[in-house]
Design a binder for this molecule. Structure first.
Ligand code: BG6
Length: 486
């Protein structure tokens, strides 16, 4: 298959940090079409050599750098061309089309690595320039609005020009290796399915903890907050994959239909429920990894008086047959003690213990699906300690269900490698459909509006801690604990 990739915003942060390093790895492993061209489109006056130097600088800082080889790098660079062009101008795009994209048999992938405010004029320019063909695909990434309403506005702009199946909405969490493995574990084995329901599962916890702060983008972050930045997309997508019914096949429509059903079962929260089941926090100055860090309000570019949440913890339910009564606890935050992401499925205690004091309370079986920093899936089981002591307590053992690193397979691909390759291959299974995004916003909007109506006030937590104590109380009230990182 022949395909060309247009990266609009080709000199920007996302492109330099994530896209080129991922493309290099794909190129090196021979997975991209041999005649593929990458057109980096941006307005800046920049020579091809200076542009490639920037690509190289960011590549050297990326994980892909370990795969560097001079010959591959040279052939990779020969496929990329920097095109100085205003992507919102129809004439500009038409001349680009004439020079580079005249063969309508070749697929075109347009990656909009730009703010959504200019999606509409770019799409119009692509259309007028004749670049919106049946074999054109467009890739967009969050933020896709800050509410259902604003999402629909952005989406209408895209879908007034592209068909829904041409639009690839990236949620990079869906490209992570362990997330793929979760699907294999759930749907390629028989032993889990009979247990994967409210009869055997006590609760599910999803944590995405970050130790970084707002990374120099205070203004952007302040308008979003952790709920819009992380929960609306990454955490809810993880919840979908953990909770969805088995799709009939591993294909885009089947998988996305099942995820949509999960989102539509999220219990909407009224005022009382928001008060009781959500906690928001904001970090104050502290220390992370032994280094002093400023509070959110003292970060570069910060404006005084912000109550934007840098932490959210909440409890929710899925109102369907499988999950009735099972709480899903979600939490995410910045400047926490550790960086880790995991889904923890906690099973119920045995119905009747025959071991008395030998089986300590509070030792349920757990499945831990860790996405970061290491990618592992493990199962905690109770086991007998070998020996003749009749009263020795049973002991927890952890079964590692992760496929060992195989040097023949090479390093695990990162999310952008997988997702970029899927767009090139025209496989949208791991991309989010508009109705999913809309459903997620509906649920989030409901919570946001209660927070705002009540005069949002974020609990303060010290940077480098585990978040506000109210988040611990949220789950402790139910007689449970957050699964802590170790
Ligand atoms: C992004 C958020 O979508 O995900 C960032 O905008 C966050 O605020 C990032 O830091 C986390 O991604 P990852 O893959 O590093 O966990």
């Amino acid at each position: 298959m022949s395909c060309d990739l247009l990266i609009i915003g080709g000199d920007g942060d996302l492109a330099l940090r994530k896209l080129y390093p991922a493309l290099y790895s794909l190129w090196k492993s021979g997975r991209l079409p041999a005649d593929m061209r990458v057109l980096a489109i941006a307005r800046r006056e920049l020579s091809q050599a200076d542009f490639l130097e920037q690509v190289r600088t960011w590549f050297d800082r990326s994980k892909s750098a370990s795969q560097y080889s001079p010959t591959d790098w040279e052939s990779f660079c020969s496929r990329i061309e920097y095109c100085r062009q205003d992507a919102t101008s129809s004439e500009g795009m038409a001349s680009l089309a004439e020079i580079h994209l005249s063969d309508s048999e070749r697929d075109i992938v347009v990656y909009l690595a730009t703010p959504p405010q200019i999606f509409a004029p770019i799409c119009r320019a692509l259309d007028t320039a004749g670049l919106v063909r049946p074999n054109t695909r467009i890739v967009v990434e969050k933020p896709l609005g800050e509410s259902r309403e604003t999402f629909l506005e952005i989406n209408d702009q895209l879908t007034s020009i592209f068909e829904e199946d041409q639009v690839y909405r990236i949620d990079h969490y869906l490209g992570k290796e362990t997330v793929q493995n979760l699907l294999a574990l759930r749907f390629a084995n028989t032993f889990l399915e009979p247990l994967w329901n409210n009869k055997y599962i006590d609760n599910v916890q999803i944590t995405v903890a970050e130790s970084i702060g707002v990374s120099g983008r205070w203004d952007f972050y302040d308008a979003a907050g952790a709920m819009r930045d992380m929960v609306q997309n990454h955490l809810l997508q993880l919840l979908c994959l953990a909770a969805m019914e088995p799709p009939a096949r591993l294909a885009s429509t089947a998988v996305r239909n099942e995820k949509l059903k999960v989102l539509s079962c999220l219990r909407p929260m009224d005022k009382k429920m928001v008060r009781e089941n959500t906690v928001i926090g904001q970090y104050t100055a502290g220390a992370v990894d032994g280094e002093a860090v400023p509070g959110y309000g003292e970060e570069e570019g910060a404006k005084p008086g912000s109550e934007t949440e840098t932490f959210v913890a909440l409890k929710t339910y899925l109102d369907n047959w499988r999950w009735a009564g099972v709480p899903f606890y979600l939490r995410t935050g910045k400047r926490l003690q550790h960086r880790y992401s995991e889904i923890v499925v906690e099973f119920k205690q045995v119905a009747h213990s025959i071991f008395g004091a030998q089986l300590p309370a509070g030792t349920p079986n757990r499945m831990i699906i860790r996405l970061q920093p290491d990618e592992t899936i493990s199962l905690e089981l109770m086991n007998k300690v070998a020996g003749l002591d009749a009263n020795a307590p049973l002991r927890k053992v952890t079964l590692d269900l992760t496929f060992p690193e195989d040097s023949a397979i090479g390093p695990k691909p990162n999310a952008y490698q997988r997702l970029l390759l899927d767009v090139v291959r025209n496989n949208s299974t791991l991309f989010v459909r508009a109705d999913e995004v809309e459903e997620a916003w509906k649920w989030v909007d409901c919570i946001q509006s209660v927070w705002e109506e009540a005069g949002k006030r974020a609990e303060r937590y010290t940077a480098g801690s585990d978040g506000p104590s109210q988040a611990i109380a949220l789950i402790a009230r139910d007689g449970r604990n957050w699964h802590e990182y170790h």
